[in-house]
Design a protein around this ligand. Structure first.
Ligand code: NOJ
Length: 534
């Protein structure tokens, strides 16, 4: 029997709370808004909702700068609103995953105030303080992910503190056992309230090189890339000791039964898989962002999936991501037709898929006029900002697509009158319908949710355009053929059983039976079941 634990067989849906649903009329989403929209998630057919941070914060980085880990920011509501959200989610059999931001706090966190107060403060060592370099400058060459140096000098003490992101986000010192204990208590606070797991922010950053060595120059740096890429981040993150820190967090989760620990990790595959830890004791799911970075071509994606599958440790459960609040939207990147193929890919690969809110209605690129830029990264390094992927959800034909009666904090798509949940939900051709059908297919076929995966070799004339693979469980075999190209393809089914089309990205093909050859339209993907399967 395959393992059917919920976070393996299920699907995760990410909500960016500022942009899901506003209920108090300030143009920014809130927790009560998420609760009000849980029926959408249940109807769509996902299993868990991951909510980006809603904790007390001065919002320098929109909540990824936490000033109190155990309080809800008034912008988003109250703890009572959170309790209502989790109760309503569980009533609908939806799991709730929180966003834990342990690498850094807000500069306004009382721990930092205490740490900064003097060199002899009890909490001095809770953060990363270093003396200036001999020339009086920063202690080493580490850069901030949001542009500029990663060290800020504190005039009072003359020392520098380290921040991998904004100066308003000082990094905690995870080598200090008191920091670990305090953060474990934060996990317990939320676990006691019933949360089903955590997505852990920049988990590979938690431990830095003990000797604070300079990062080496990156010979492949390109001028159009963010400044952080001038150096390879070999000493500022991904240090071997981090695995044990993650295992420590995971054991806190295990005190509460089957809760999931998902780690945010942007690393190449061979390093990513190290985060399962020895004997799978670290992250349950090291987030796999490879689809966000791989060129959108059948051969490239096929090679990626094969490489990832081969690299997984024994028993390590895979996962896949097509979009999040930091990276360009899939529909903006590959276009509307391929966004449908991408949905089929995400929901038929082996492993837990994470969907990003709004991808189910094909939200694409939203241009942000200069006077509406909100992301601090865009302000520091124009062109790299994330506002276009955080625009408010579009629900109906009402004002601001039903998101808020007030002007939303970010603009919405120009086609919001037709690109919204209400307009698409009963349209059999819509991408929303496709997502819903894929989710239901995945739920109905163990081969898709928990079965094995194998890539299918194709003749050279197809391999550049088509990615083909099978999923299997027990007597059932399901085959997936995805056309990444713009030309029609006749894909041989090499004899064997007859195949029934379970679903196509083009409406109207379900139920079709194919024997020797399956014609695939441009940008079409299909899921077929071998007729010998039952
Ligand atoms: C990763 C988060 O996903 C991103 O949104 C945030 O800005 C940084 N971590 C800093 O917390």
């Amino acid at each position: 029997m395959p393992d059917t634990i919920w976070w393996k067989s299920g699907t995760v849906y990410q909500v960016y709370p500022r942009s899901f649903q506003d209920t108090d009329g300030d143009g920014v989403g809130d927790l009560a808004g998420i609760t009000a929209r849980l029926d959408h998630l249940a109807w769509l057919g996902v299993d868990a909702v991951w909510i980006s941070p809603f904790f007390r914060s001065p919002m320098a980085d929109f909540g990824y700068d936490v000033a109190d880990y155990c309080a809800v920011d008034p912008l988003f509501g109250t703890l009572a609103d959170f309790d209502a959200l989790i109760a309503e989610a569980h009533r609908r059999k939806l799991k709730v995953i929180l966003d834990f931001v342990p690498n850094h706090t807000s500069i306004e966190h009382p721990w930092f105030a205490e740490s900064r107060a003097s060199r002899t403060s009890e909490k001095r060592d809770w953060y990363i303080w270093r003396d200036p370099a001999p020339d009086g400058g920063p202690p080493n060459n580490w850069l901030s992910n949001f542009g500029g140096p990663a060290w800020t000098r504190d005039e009072a003490s003359g020392q520098y503190y380290y921040h991998a992101f904004l100066a308003e986000q000082p990094d905690l010192n995870w080598r200090n056992p008191d920091v670990r204990a305090a953060m474990h208590d934060v996990l317990r606070f939320w676990l006691e309230r019933g949360v089903d797991g955590f997505r852990v922010d920049v988990i590979w950053h938690l431990i830095k090189d003990e000797g604070f060595r300079d990062n080496p120059a990156n010979p492949d740096f390109a001028a159009d890339r963010p400044g952080i890429e001038r150096f390879s981040q070999v000493y500022s993150c991904d240090r071997p000791e981090v695995i044990e820190v993650i295992a420590g967090m995971r054991s806190v989760l295990r005190e509460y039964g089957e809760r999931v620990l998902i780690g945010e990790i942007y690393l190449p595959i061979e390093r990513l898989v190290a985060y399962y830890g020895p004997d799978l004791t670290a992250a349950d799911l090291p987030f796999n962002f490879q689809l966000l970075e791989t060129p959108w071509r059948a051969d490239a994606v096929a090679a990626l999936v094969a490489e990832y599958e081969a690299a997984l440790p024994e028993g390590g459960w895979p996962n896949w991501v097509l979009g999040n609040h930091d990276r360009p939207r899939i529909a903006a990147r590959v276009g509307e037709a391929q966004a449908r193929v991408a949905a089929m890919l995400l929901l038929t690969l082996r492993g837990t898929p994470t969907l990003y809110y709004g991808d189910e209605i094909g939200l694409g690129h939203v241009p942000i006029p200069a006077d509406r830029v909100r992301d601090p990264w865009e302000k520091n390094e124009p062109g790299h900002g994330r506002d276009p992927v955080r625009t408010p959800m579009q629900w109906d034909e009402g004002p601001n697509a039903g998101f808020s009666p007030a002007e939303p904090w970010l603009p919405q798509t120009a086609d919001l009158e037709r690109r919204n949940v209400d307009a698409m939900r009963d349209d059999s051709r819509s991408i929303l319908t496709l997502y819903r059908r894929l989710l239901s297919l995945r739920r109905d076929h163990a081969a898709l949710s928990v079965g094995g995966w194998r890539g299918l070799p194709l003749a050279p004339e197809h391999a550049a355009e088509i990615f083909a693979y099978e999923r299997f469980e027990g007597a059932e075999t399901v085959r997936i053929l995805l056309n990444f190209g713009g030309s029609e393809q006749a894909v041989p089914l090499e004899g064997g059983p007859a195949w029934t089309v379970l679903l196509s990205t083009r409406p109207g093909r379900a139920g079709e039976i194919a024997r020797d050859v399956l014609p695939l339209a441009p940008d079409e993907g299909v899921v077929l079941r071998a007729d010998s399967s039952r």
